[in-house]
Design a protein around this ligand. Structure first.
Ligand SMILES: NC(=O)c1ccc[n+]([C@@H]2O[C@H](COP(=O)([O-])OP(=O)(O)OC[C@H]3O[C@@H](n4cnc5c(N)ncnc54)[C@H](OP(=O)(O)O)[C@@H]3O)[C@@H](O)[C@H]2O)c1
Length: 255
């Protein structure tokens, strides 16, 4: 029987690429997002090409019952999750005082709370099953405070630090947790967050190439990976300069 990967946010961008990469590696898939049409189209394409099983769950992760719905689905269908890829997420560009506060709360629900709850549920099953792999998609944004996208940057700092702590707790348990921090990637993210034209998005990486590197890092059990052009430099600089200064530069780049 094939192993199974659960991928959130598989209807587009990096999540869609993860679905192809996992299927090519022989994993059955559980794919979830809100856009059912995209998920069902992906299911048909992947099943036809690779002959793996693909299960689709339409779920809005901003709603608290969605995580329960996903866990229940996996339980009822007797699906043992070997790989959990917490990829769903979005950003929003505006000054905090002017932003849609409902959207910021939804962002926290999707980027943080759903990731936390899915990890807690499937991690416990992985512990019972003797192993597993968790890949959490953080961001270069996790390195610094991000004026005009303050909630998004803070949410990704949470994902990065939470993942690294968890990896350490699980070091002896045959379960790896990888925090993957990409720079700008060519997906729907920029348009949805209204930052497509920001200086920071002037050069974006290819989604398939980024997803491949994330998948490889997860398979190798790496804990923290910064990915993309000049990310090594960004990582170094944000450690050397005061955080108020890196916030100023990031605010400029965010436009
Ligand atoms: N692109 C970048 O530059 C970049 C850089 C660093 C990190 N990241 C991170 O990479 C991850 C993937 O984003 P992407 O770049 O691939 O962007 P994307 O193309 O916009 O994909 C985002 C995915 O998240 C899902 N999603 C959003 N809101 C959701 C909700 N309320 N409930 C369930 N699913 C939801 C979307 O599905 P539905 O809309 O169908 O629900 C979609 O499948 C995100 O966590 C993002 O923060 C992206």
């Amino acid at each position: 029987m094939n192993k199974t990967a659960l991928i959130t946010g598989a209807s587009s961008g990096l999540g869609r690429e993860f679905a192809w990469i996992c299927a090519e590696s022989g994993y059955d898939l559980v794919i979830t997002a809100r856009n059912l049409a995209n998920l069902n189209a992906l299911k048909s394409e992947i099943e036809a090409k690779f002959g793996v099983r693909v299960f689709v769950i339409g779920a809005d992760l901003a709603k608290s019952q969605s995580v329960e719905q996903i866990c229940k689905f996996c339980k009822e269908n007797d699906l043992k999750i070997d790989i959990l890829i917490n990829n769903a997420g979005f950003g929003d560009h505006d000054e905090f005082s002017k932003c849609d506060i409902k959207k910021q709360n939804e962002m926290i629900a999707v980027n943080i709370t759903s990731l936390l709850n899915l990890t807690h549920y499937f991690l416990n099953l992985m512990l019972n099953n003797g192993g597993g792999k968790i890949l959490n998609i953080a961001s270069a944004a996790s390195l610094t405070a991000g004026p005009k996208m303050s909630v998004y940057y803070a949410s990704k700092a949470f994902v990065r630090n939470f993942s690294v702590a968890l990896a350490e707790e699980l070091r002896e348990k045959n379960i790896s947790v990888t925090a993957f921090c990409p720079g700008p990637v060519a997906t729907n993210f920029g348009e949805r967050a209204n930052v497509k034209n920001a200086k920071i998005f002037a050069r974006s990486d290819d989604a398939n190439a980024v997803a491949k590197r994330a998948f490889e890092a997860m398979q190798k059990g790496k804990t923290l990976v910064y990915d993309g052009r000049f990310m090594w430099l960004a990582n170094l600089l944000t450690r050397l300069v005061p955080s108020t200064f890196s916030a100023k530069v990031t605010g400029y780049l965010n436009g």
